[in-house]
Design a binder for this molecule. Sequence first.
Ligand SMILES: [Zn+2]
Length: 230
Amino acid sequence: MVKTGDVISYYQMCALEGMSMRRGMSFRPRRRTSVLLMSVRPGAPYHDQVQDGGRTLIYEGHDNPVPSNGKRPKEVDQEARSADGKLTQNGLFYEAAQAYREGRCPAEVVRVYEKIKTGIWVYDGHYELVDAWTQPSGGRQVFKFRLRLLDDLESPESSRVTLDSTRVIPSQVKLDVWKRDGGKCVVCGSNDNLHFDHIIPYSRGGTSLDTKNIQILCARHNLRKRDKIE
Ligand SMILES: [Zn+2]
């Protein structure tokens, strides 16, 4: 089972989702939980933002796959419907956010993965989609989606409770720690089954916002450390 903060390869992510993750937005793929892939790296194709220490994401919609008029994807508005009238991924997520805002259904639950380097992803956890709108960006209209962190859905008694600690590690902190630790477990140098570990656990007041409190551990050393603490 993947945990928030786990570092996984692209192929592991595809295996977890049971499909090839070719697109960044997947609304209820095969009736499963919706998935969004994000990136805040310099040069990322979309302007995603992490706010409130990781509790809020502002996710940018994705460009239409085939621009109709010979223009480049970044030159045309992002559309809610494709030429044949079907809802695009932007449209599907937008409609779900509207339905939630109008009280017609509960918030859409979304699993979020974040790219930190080519082929290297971090599982950021479950979020709920609470708002969506369009806004101008570079001379055209883009979609924006607001997502709010949910507690782990794996544990039913604590589900649908928003965290008040900053457990999710902001992207820049992840990038800095990854660079500092060389993408390896700081104990044994393994580069398999890695996890961003809070040196002082967040449950004991450890911060996610300071690189000094975050390190990379492999699954083995992560478990060993937890046994010691608990
Ligand atoms: Zn290790």
